[in-house]
Design a binder for this molecule. Structure first.
Ligand code: 5MM
Length: 351
């Protein structure tokens, strides 16, 4: 298969890379925090967001011994794809050498949607074809685009759902044209006091429109990954649901809207704690094991839920690198086990 910097990817290569991204026992690390977000994360551990600190932190994650056993791909921010590690090797090459696929966030962020106060539409389509060609040269194997959908009084509007679905599909088609696997991320936010059923209703509507647009734009479903939210009650809802309720409702919504041709679903964590995100994924895979074979892999593409304890353990100090890597390796392993429904909360004591 063509590797780093190749512009000769065929449809078969794209399909093979998509399958590799959701290989059993593995999932994706989202390390594509944009400049503002990584600054916030580093501020949380009193570390200034300099280019060197961002590089050191991400290098720490990528060089974690054994991470490749449970991590199939890493989503990078533009800066990281261009960075070189302390040993002089490019970070993207370092990942390829470990058997981990590097990917790249290609959206330009969620901006206010004109005419829809409180709603956002993700931008970044202008010039995307040219940017993708450069990302191929820099060694990316896949891309990511995140749409943000807010639940509130009268929200989301059809205009918001439609605009975001259209942009996601245009992005996905351009990515495949460039030989890259698109991760399609329509995120229904956990913010608000809505209940589980309202989240289910909105998630279903968002997915339905997204797949309609993907079909319209002729996106090869076998060569993409869906990155959705789990179906959860809003953070401020008085009634929070059990792990089993969340798992059952999420799988039911996906079963109604995600075509069987899609190889895998890699959830975002969206503000859940590390252990909640793992327990939910585990319960979904247990459910699928009990119900019989599922059409798609149920995997993870977590940012915060894979990094929170590693970040806390690191705190910007070289002598904490080993402890931070142990924390990250532990989370990767727990989620790797959850991929097969083999996780148990008692395993959290292992680290
Ligand atoms: C890691 O966070 C990603 C980038 O966010 P910003 O564009 O706001 O900086 C984000 O897209 C991420 O890939 C997903 O939302 C999943 O992350 P979480 O933390 O929700 O699992």
């Amino acid at each position: 298969m063509p590797q780093i910097g190749s512009s000769k990817m065929t449809k078969l290569d794209i399909v093979a890379n998509a399958a590799r991204m959701v290989a059993p026992g593995k999932g994706i690390l989202a390390a594509d925090e944009s400049t503002g977000t990584i600054e916030k994360r580093l501020a949380g551990i009193d570390v200034p967001s300099t280019e060197a600190n961002r590089r050191d932190y991400r290098q720490l994650l990528f060089t974690t011994p054994g991470a490749e056993a449970h991590i199939s791909g890493v989503i990078l921010f533009d800066e990281t794809l261009r960075q070189t590690g302390s040993n002089g090797v490019g970070l993207a090459k370092l990942l390829w050498d470990k058997g981990i696929l590097p990917g790249i966030k290609v959206d330009a962020g969620a901006k206010g949607l004109a005419g829809s106060p409180g709603e956002m539409v993700t931008e970044g389509l202008d010039g995307l074809r040219e940017r993708l060609a450069e990302y191929v040269e820099l060694g990316a194997a896949f891309t990511k685009w995140r749409a943000v959908i807010t639940i509130g009084a009268g929200l989301p509007t059809q205009a918001c759902l439609q605009a975001n679905a259209h942009a996601l599909a245009r992005y996905a088609a351009l990515s495949q044209e460039a030989g890259l696997v698109p991760i399609v991320e329509p995120e229904v936010l956990m913010d608000g006091d809505h209940d589980l059923e309202r989240c289910a209703e909105v998630t279903e509507a968002a997915l339905q429109l997204t797949f309609r647009e993907l079909f319209n734009q002729k996106v090869l479903l076998e060569g993409m990954i869906l990155k959705p939210n789990m179906v959860l009650a809003g953070k401020n809802c008085a009634r929070q649901n059990s792990i089993e309720e969340v798992a059952a409702r999420t799988v039911a919504v996906l079963g109604r809207q995600v075509p069987a041709a899609v190889p895998g679903i890699a959830f975002l964590s969206g503000g859940q704690s590390e252990q909640e995100a793992t327990a939910h994924l585990n319960a979904m895979n247990q459910l699928r094991n009990n119900l019989g074979p599922s059409p798609w892999q149920l995997s993870f593409s977590y940012g915060r839920a894979l990094q929170a304890s590693a970040l806390q353990a690191w705190r910007g100090r070289a002598d904490n690198v080993e402890a931070a890597q142990a924390a990250f390796a532990h989370r990767a392993k727990m989620n790797g086990l959850a991929r097969g429904g083999e996780y148990d909360a008692t395993m959290e004591q292992e680290v």
